[in-house]
Ligand binder design. Structure first.
Ligand code: IPE
Ligand code: IPE
Ligand code: MG
Length: 233
């Protein structure tokens, strides 16, 4: 492990460019998603090796429900397959697995396998791997506000840390580093609240090509950043 004080505690990735990766090769978009799974594996391994404590990945946004039905179905079944295939690795490497997002549109079968895997890995502490599924930042803030209202929360005396507790990421430190692949330089309704002071790293590499060396390069770039949080240094 090469953990240093410049190692980010939480790295979050907007995994983008699977479709373009496939198109460049004359393949169906879904092949890009399959290849992207290998990148998730590689980055998870690299995160463990580098001493990163939280790795989160944006796998499917609320807006992605608007894609063609066949692609949505392929992504959902890929998710289910990956959970089953990767669970032994979670046990072997001490990885706590979590899925965060709007559960309303997920199938009962998928939810059952998510719940079972979350429970089975809940005691692990080497790395927490969070998959944001059917997630959007605005949805998260809205569901937090609704929950507070329903609980009759004393909002007048509430501070930022109190608000944090109502987001689906409650208890998870905010991302230190947010990576986006594929050359797009937007946040696409991802962690709007939580990324308030994250460092951003944009790369034109397409997600299926983003492996251990690329992950390490992002960590190296992060180590050179000067985080000031509005102060003068
Ligand atoms: C990222 O790749 C995966 C998801 C958003 C589910 P894309 O599918 O967005 O690939 P591009 O952006 O079309 O190349
Ligand atoms: C963002 O990628 C969502 C995920 C990576 C899951 P998109 O490909 O959906 O984003 P836009 O449409 O280019 O903003
Ligand atoms: Mg995309």
């Amino acid at each position: 492990m090469t953990e240093t004080s410049k190692t980010p505690v939480h790295v979050s990735i907007i995994m983008d460019g699977n479709g373009r990766w496939a198109k460049e090769r004359g393949l169906e978009r879904v092949r890009g998603h399959y290849e992207g799974v290998e990148s998730v594996r590689a980055c998870t391994e690299a995160a463990v090796e580098e001493g990163v404590k939280y790795l989160s990945i944006f796998a499917f946004s609320e807006e992605n429900w608007n894609r063609p039905e066949a692609e949505v179905n392929a992504l959902m079944s890929l998710m289910a397959k990956c959970i089953a295939a990767e669970t032994p690795t979670f046990h072997k490497n001490g990885i706590k697995f979590r899925v965060l997002g709007n559960r309303d549109r997920l199938s009962d079968e998928l939810l059952a396998s998510i719940d079972a895997t979350e429970q089975a890995t809940s005691a692990y502490e080497t790395l927490t791997l969070i998959v944001f599924l059917s997630y959007s930042g605005k949805w998260d803030i809205l569901q937090a506000a609704k929950k507070m209202a329903l609980e009759g929360k004393d909002v007048e005396n509430m501070d930022l840390a109190d608000f944090d507790k109502y987001l689906v990421t409650a208890g998870v430190p905010d991302p230190d580093l947010v990576i986006r692949t594929s050359g797009e330089t937007r946040i696409s309704n991802y962690l709007l609240w939580q990324a308030a002071y994250s460092e951003f790293y944009f790369t034109s590499i397409l997600w299926p090509d983003f492996r251990k060396p690329e992950f390490r390069a992002a960590l190296e770039a992060f180590a050179k950043r000067d985080r000031r949080y509005g102060k003068v240094k």
